[in-house]
Design a protein around this ligand. Structure first.
Ligand SMILES: Nc1ncnc2c1ncn2[C@@H]1O[C@H](COP(=O)(O)OP(=O)(O)OP(=O)(O)O)[C@@H](O)[C@H]1O
Length: 369
């Protein structure tokens, strides 16, 4: 088990990690997600013993490895590290890499077979594909029977097609080993699909740590809402578990009174309607689905995902309704006079060309509808 308690790290004047506490239970995979520079790698490096904390405690398997007047060096922490650049010894074969400094060969054989590397055991790293190299790195890590596995962007040097399959193989191998793991990534789909729990970091803080479904559906903060998936917001009034928005009512939870309701593209439905409440601004074909940007009469622009066979052209009038099968997450409406509460800006949508970038205040949104 890993326990991090009130961890702070500063580099000179720069605060990289602020008061982070988290745990990873036996066999649990915790993914740490966040934008570049948010402190994920620093947190991982502190746990590995590669960076000293400014304050706070790290315990692995109940033993304090970093804390006030305690510092256990990295090689005595029984942590296994998997890096994005594989870090294999080029002059050793696959089996020699995996068994490096091990007395017994059975864990080597076990993990080579388990990870489908039996046929490559006498090959050298340069003869392997990127995916095979990362499997060897993982086999080496697990063959040493670590108490904790730390993975730093393990898939970021691999092709997109390989990333998807290898993430499941790594997850299955970690589950087979039954060790806790911290997996750092900036890829939200990787974090949400692999993690038993996801920790979302922002500016050195852990803003939320929870099962992926909970982070996605009930984000603790507006940052988490916007960072995980595509988020649009509708101004509304909430009371007694129901939010009333310009496009209808829905169950809601979180803030009360004047709120902004989080709606994701699959929480909304649209259909052609001459007197509808919205106009299609853009449409994007995604293969199995189609994504629309729709300007609502109330002033908000929302994104709506439909089946790929649905067609609406920019300029088409449509009726937009709330179709969520769950309660909407509600955030206090941003007040224009409060400089610490940013008004919500519609996020630009990469590649759509004519996306809205204007700020939509709740006031503006309400006055329009
Ligand atoms: N060795 C260092 N010396 C000084 N500042 C550092 C050092 N390492 C990291 N930082 C700073 O600490 C902050 C957190 O960095 P960190 O690498 O932990 O973030 P990250 O979330 O892992 O980002 P990325 O995804 O880009 O790796 C950043 O502002 C970074 O510039």
């Amino acid at each position: 088990m890993l326990e991090i308690d009130k961890l702070n790290v500063t580099y000179g004047d720069e605060v990289a990690v602020r008061d982070v506490s988290l745990t990873a239970a036996e066999g649990e995979i915790v993914t740490l997600l966040g934008p570049t520079g948010c402190g994920k790698t620093t947190t991982l490096r502190v746990v590995a013993g590669l960076v000293p904390p400014t304050s706070g405690t790290v315990r692995i398997g109940g033993r304090t490895v970093s804390g006030p007047s305690v510092f256990v060096p990295p090689e005595q922490r029984r942590t296994g590290l998997v890096f994005q650049d594989f870090a294999l010894f080029p002059h050793l074969t696959v089996a020699q890499n995996v068994g490096f400094r091990l007395r017994r060969s059975d864990p080597v054989d076990h993990w080579l077979e388990w990870l489908g590397l039996g046929a490559q055991r006498d090959a050298y790293p340069e003869e392997l594909s990127g995916g095979q190299k990362q499997r060897v790195a993982l086999a080496r890590c697990l063959a040493h029977q670590p108490e904790l596995v730390l993975l730093d962007e393990p898939l970021s040097n691999l092709d997109a097609s390989l990333k998807d399959s290898l993430r499941w193989e790594i997850r299955a191998a970690l589950k087979e080993a039954g060790v806790p793991a911290i997996w750092v990534t900036h890829d939200q789909s990787e974090a949400l699909s692999i993690g038993d729990r996801v920790g979302v970091m922002h500016d050195g803080r852990l803003e939320q740590i929870a099962p992926p479904e909970e982070c996605f559906r009930d984000p603790a903060t507006r940052f988490v809402a916007e960072f995980l998936g595509e988020a649009s917001f509708l101004a509304g009034e909430a009371a007694d578990g129901t939010v009333t928005t310009p496009i209808g009512q829905a169950p809601g939870h979180g803030a009360m009174g004047s709120v902004e309701a989080l709606v994701r593209p699959d929480d909304l439905a649209l259909q052609a309607a001459e007197a509808g409440n919205g106009v299609v601004a853009w449409s994007r074909y995604e293969g199995g689905s189609r994504l629309f940007g729709v300007d609502l009469q109330c002033g908000a622009r929302v994104r709506i995902r439909t089946n790929h066979e649905v067609h609406h052209a920019p300029g088409d009038r449509v009726a937009v309704t709330i179709a969520a099968g769950h309660g909407l997450a509600l955030f206090p409406a941003a007040r224009e006079e409060d400089p610490d509460q940013p008004t919500h800006a519609v996020q630009p949508f990469p590649g759509s060309g004519d996306e809205a970038t204007e700020a939509l205040t709740p006031t503006a949104a309400r006055s329009g509808g």
